[in-house]
Design a protein around this ligand. Structure first.
Ligand SMILES: *Cc1c(COP(=O)(O)O)cnc(C)c1O
Length: 366
């Protein structure tokens, strides 16, 4: 079977270095907030082009801590509104509601599946404090319009960069465009740890300092607690693994891009809508998402032919039980996307034979 994502094979590419990194941490006797984290924070900040990077336990925490820090700094308060695309992973929205802020959904652009900047202004109220834009599937979601709306309405721009490590917009790396960004290094992400890990990037010194305290029980000095904080730290061993894998991220991006363009050139089936690419550098292809009106039949057809696929995502957030207060709302583009999308295999270890097989099977579907 062609797996959707073969994590064993992906990490086997760096086996020797990962094992050496683990041994180094084990032998050091120091497992949290140490040298490996320090060096990863410096490496990742420089990769993104931000002044600061703060390692945290996971991507959801990275986003939660950003909003919590804004609350601690008095820039946001309970009941304030945050604009977020209706089409995203639930973590984006949990980060908002967990801080007693109110998510305000905006329909995505039908071509990019990302936040539609033309629809933002209509939902702005005097309680709106931020936009959380998500670079979904690995594609940049920022444009001049979003920046202009933020500036005009004095809104913070927060990026959910969980899926977009290394994607560029106007020469800037995702995570350096807004006021702050949350990154996830969940094993299946493009830059994946071998367990949970995440980070905040920002060039705002005050925000960085606040988050540094918040992630460690709300304390900047041991046993003195300024905030009601979290325990959200990035383990030394995961930081060590990430230091290894970050060195090879450009190879990973190139491999994904080559596959994506091969799919775009060779998939040819009138039942299938291929993804739209805004710019080559703007997309790092965390997932390759096609649309098909007969999505479930396509998924079964691929599975019957030995090809594993996934759906990102099957149920819109506004239809989830967890968000019943939104169940009565109507987001038809988001609904359409959730009914039609299918993610086909893409990764740095997908070989040419598998790739050609996938294309052949997709092209024969009717
Ligand atoms: C993976 C992901 C997250 C959450 O990251 P975790 O590390 O799993 O907590 C947040 N937002 C998006 C868009 C994601 O894909």
């Amino acid at each position: 079977m062609i797996k959707f994502l073969d994590l064993q094979k992906i990490n086997a590419q760096y086996e020797q270095e990962l094992k050496e990194a683990a041994v180094k941490v084990i032998d050091s006797g120091w497992y949290l907030i140490g040298k490996e984290l320090d060096s990863f924070e410096q490496n990742y900040a420089s990769f993104c082009g931000t002044k600061y990077c703060l390692g945290v336990a996971n991507g959801l925490d990275a986003l939660r801590l950003i909003f919590r820090a804004y609350i601690e700094l008095g820039l946001m308060k309970k009941g304030d509104e945050v604009i977020v695309p209706a089409n995203t992973y639930i973590a984006s929205v949990l980060a908002i509601s967990d801080n007693s802020l109110v998510p305000v959904f905006v329909e995505p652009n039908e071509q990019t599946y990302n936040l539609d900047s033309e629809k933002i202004e209509k939902v702005i109220t005097n309680k709106t404090k931020a936009i959380l834009t998500v670079h979904l599937y690995g594609q940049n979601s920022v444009d001049e319009k979003i920046l202009e709306v933020c500036k005009k309405n004095d809104l913070k721009l927060v990026e959910d960069a969980a899926q977009s490590h290394g994607a560029l917009w106007q020469g800037k790396v995702m995570g350096s465009i807004g006021d702050a960004a949350g990154h996830s290094f969940y094993p299946g992400k493009n830059l994946g740890a071998l367990g949970d890990a995440g980070a905040v990037t920002t060039s705002d010194e005050t925000l960085a300092k606040t988050i540094k305290g918040l992630r460690n029980y709300g304390s900047e000095k041991k046993y003195e607690n300024i905030y009601k904080g979290f325990n959200s730290r990035l383990d030394e061993i995961q930081a060590a693994f990430l230091n290894v894998k970050l060195k090879y991220i450009q190879n990973d991006i190139k491999a994904r891009r080559d596959i994506a363009y091969y799919y775009l050139k060779n998939i040819n089936n009138s039942n299938i809508t291929l993804p739209n690419v805004l710019s080559k550098e703007g997309h790092v292809w965390h997932v390759f998402v096609v649309r098909c009106k007969k999505r479930d039949a396509l998924q079964k057809f691929l599975m019957d032919n030995g090809i594993q696929t996934l759906i990102h995502y099957p149920i819109p957030i506004f239809r989830q039980k967890a968000y019943k207060e939104f169940n009565h709302m109507n987001y038809s583009i988001t609904d359409m996307i959730h009914k039609e999308v299918l993610s086909i295999p893409i990764s740095s270890v997908l070989d040419k034979t598998s790739l050609q097989k996938i294309i052949g099977v997709i092209n024969s579907f009717n």
